[in-house]
Design a protein around this ligand. Structure first.
Ligand code: ATR
Length: 275
């Protein structure tokens, strides 16, 4: 007789607009995996308790979103090295010894979207990353693994960019303020939360050329303010973060289920749903 269905969830606050249940449910259909995936609204002070109750109940895996990724990092007893460096965890599961394991698939998702969905070469590229918060810290190790020639982290608060550089001694990372970047870049990634307020990070137009690819980790029904500005400055390509969302979910699914779903159909579906 079949046991209870394998159960997964996303925890966050707020959570109502999360696309993760739709994504993982469709991934399960697509790969013939029998599982249930729900969204759980967790009280700001109730994350640890909610995670412990979840796994004690025999449920198998969690996606973690804002504002709990740092707390998930603390809670995970075992972490991958990229999660360790990221200081944040977006994927939790329990191993056979009952230990809570953590990974961070955000950077993997970004790299997969750039390379596989958009054909962008990161190896030997000169990369500019805007922002130095949790979102940027989460992508640095996977980006560095692709061996860019250089990554400049530019941030409004320079000291936060410098702190991130110190996490990766010997790497081609450097810190800058927004006004002081020299030359142009092959790839520019916006990891600031400025667009949430409809703001643009104040970067000089000379960093963009017709061969520059600009990537906004945010997405929406409309073109983001950042991508619009980059296009107007003559960027060769602009990409928003919807593909990153789908790819990081595919990597979570692979961790939990041992099979990585194809993502192109999902991306088309979500894109159609946004408009
Ligand atoms: P997240 O988890 O999304 O990274 P965060 O840790 O609060 O959130 O970081 C937000 C990032 O966006 C920071 O790099 C922040 O710059 P500061 O470190 O100087 O605060 C950046 N940011 C937010 N609003 C911005 C704005 N209006 N212009 C430029 N940068 C902005």
């Amino acid at each position: 007789m079949a046991g209870p269905v394998d159960s997964y969830a996303v925890m966050g606050n707020p959570i109502a607009h999360s696309k993760s249940p739709v994504i993982h449910t469709l991934f399960a259909d697509q790969t013939n995996q029998n599982l249930r995936y729900t969204a759980m609204l967790v009280e700001i002070n109730g994350f640890r308790e909610a995670v412990e109750a979840f796994f004690e109940n025999g449920d198998l895996g969690l996606s973690v979103t804002v504002p709990f990724k740092e707390e998930a990092w603390q809670l995970a007893v075992k972490k991958t090295s990229r999660a360790e460096k990221a200081g944040a965890v977006n994927t939790l599961w329990q191993d056979e010894n009952g230990h809570i394991n953590g990974d961070n698939t955000d950077g993997l998702g970004l790299v997969a979207d750039l390379k596989n969905n958009n054909g962008i070469e990161i190896k030997n590229a000169r990369v500019l990353v805007l922002g130095a918060g949790g979102a940027v810290r989460g992508i640095l190790e996977p980006l560095l693994s692709e061996q860019p020639s250089e990554i400049v982290i530019a941030n409004r608060t320079l000291s936060k960019a410098e702190n991130l550089v110190e996490l990766f001694p010997g790497s081609p990372l450097s810190a800058s303020s927004f006004g002081e970047m020299e030359g142009y870049f092959d790839l520019i990634i916006n990891g600031t939360s400025a667009s949430l307020q409809g703001d643009l990070p104040p970067i000089p137009a000379h960093v963009i050329t017709p061969s520059t690819c600009c990537y906004d980790m945010m997405y929406g029904a409309e073109e983001t303010v950042f991508n619009r500005w980059c296009r107007e400055q003559g960027a060769g390509k602009t990409i928003d973060g919807l593909g990153m969302l789908v790819e990081q979910a595919a990597d979570q699914f692979a961790i939990w289920r041992g099979v990585r779903p194809a993502t192109n159909l999902m991306l088309d579906l979500l894109r159609a749903d946004l408009s």
